[in-house]
Ligand binder design. Structure first.
Ligand code: T4K
Length: 368
């Protein structure tokens, strides 16, 4: 396929050099210790704690199981206030824990949960808030913390998109009672599949670690109804390699995002946004919202696809419109989330995306 006709997808996994990865996994042929909290798992854990500036971290086989087990370990009940503008995983993790999601509308600028609308949704059944740092954009963590304190609620952040993000110099994973990161192949930092939960409470840490290993507490005791969600040594090795290059990766993403902003900011009918105040970004995604643009979101999506540019409608449809939730949440009024979901397009954004391709994508959008 000529480079002219090459498909440009919304993202492309970052990978270390083949030899570098081989060096990390070579000792596994000697030790034959492949999973269950092995030495590479422990090394990655220590390195991530340092990089993410968090007090504690537990590694998982993927981000979804990390979130599901974090909610389980919190021993929540009743209702959980959350956002409808996210990936399926966030709501599924709540529902699969037997909890009821209560959807709060989102902010029109950052697309994160609208903290000013949370209090009106709190009832005597509410036990937690699960906000999402969607696209790596930081929620109003200060307001959320104040609300949680006032009403004695737990806060578990879905920080799947926010690896390496800092707010006012603090690692984003240090906010709330716990935060989940995804290390999926499509993320800024990947362990092929993988995820983590960050926390500071040592009792929570114990429960969480038991839960991901069948609830086994020692050789002869099983105290929890756990599952299996451990990160294996091949995943950890990928993480160790990728972490070495993370600053360069984020630096390259920054250039991509800056070029998009240069080309698309202040164009009539297009809404794109830069980095929030006080935030050190990871440049994970580049969402663009169409606001009475000369062509609809769906037509622009098709037009770009016709030119081999495969943007995505992250996050459409709204969670409340999924077949599995539609009937249950038909009464939810979420006007801002609905407008954004109906008009957003996430443009290709990854470290190795050439700036000439960014220019080509912008030319297509502007001259459509
Ligand atoms: N919470 C939130 C807010 C999330 O967004 C996610 C995951 C989670 C929780 C759960 O975390 P994990 O359990 O996944 O760790 C993708 C990812 O699979 C998913 O991890 C991610 N969010 C979601 C936003 O995006 P799809 O169905 O869009 O993936 P797919 O297969 O269409 O891939 C998208 C593009 O990525 C491809 O066009 C090319 C590229 N790609 C994909 C794969 C699989 C690669 O370059 N390499 C690859 O190996 O869900």
């Amino acid at each position: 396929m000529s480079s002219e006709n090459k498909k440009i997808l919304v993202t492309r996994s970052s990978m270390p050099d083949f030899e570098e990865y081989m060096e990390e996994i070579r000792p596994l042929w000697e030790s034959a210790w492949l999973t269950n909290m092995g030495p590479l798992h422990e090394r990655l854990r220590a390195e991530l704690m340092d990089y993410l500036k968090v007090d504690g971290i537990a590694l998982f086989t993927n981000g979804h199981m990390a979130l599901e087990m974090a909610l389980d370990a919190m021993q929540l009940s009743g209702e959980v206030i959350t956002t409808p503008f996210t990936f399926a995983s966030t709501t599924h993790a709540i529902v699969r824990n037997g909890l009821t999601p209560v959807f709060c509308d989102i902010e029109p600028d950052n697309y994160t949960i609208d903290a000013d609308k949370i209090e009106a949704l709190i009832t005597e059944k509410t036990s937690a808030i699960v906000p999402v740092h969607v696209y790596g954009k930081v929620c109003d963590v200060e307001k959320i913390e104040a609300i949680a304190k006032k009403h004695n609620l737990k806060v578990i952040y879905d920080a799947a998109h926010a690896f390496g993000v800092k707010f006012k110099g603090r690692g984003i994973g240090s906010f709330g009672d716990a935060s989940m990161f995804s290390f999926h192949a499509t993320k800024v930092f990947n362990t092929i599949e993988g995820g983590a939960v960050c926390y500071s409470d040592s009792d929570f840490e114990k429960t969480l670690n038991f839960l991901k290993n069948f609830g086994i507490t020692d050789k002869e005791n099983v105290d929890f109804v756990g599952g299996n969600a451990k990160m294996n040594e091949f995943q950890a090795a990928m993480g160790i390699c990728n972490l070495k290059h993370i600053e360069r990766e984020i630096g390259k993403r920054k250039k991509v995002v800056e070029r998009y902003l240069e080309r698309l900011e202040d164009k009539e009918g297009l809404i794109v946004s830069g980095v929030q105040d006080g935030v050190e970004s990871n440049y994970a995604y580049f969402p663009m919202v169409l606001d009475n643009y000369k062509i609809s979101r769906n037509d622009l999506y098709d037009y770009l696809a016709g030119h081999n540019i495969f943007a995505r409608k992250y996050f459409y449809p709204l969670i409340t419109d999924y077949n599995c939730y539609r009937e249950r949440f038909a009464d939810c009024r979420l006007p801002v989330a609905r407008r954004i979901a109906d008009n957003v397009l996430t443009l290709p954004c990854y470290a190795d995306l050439p700036l000439e391709t960014v220019d080509k994508i912008c030319d297509l959008i502007l001259n459509v």
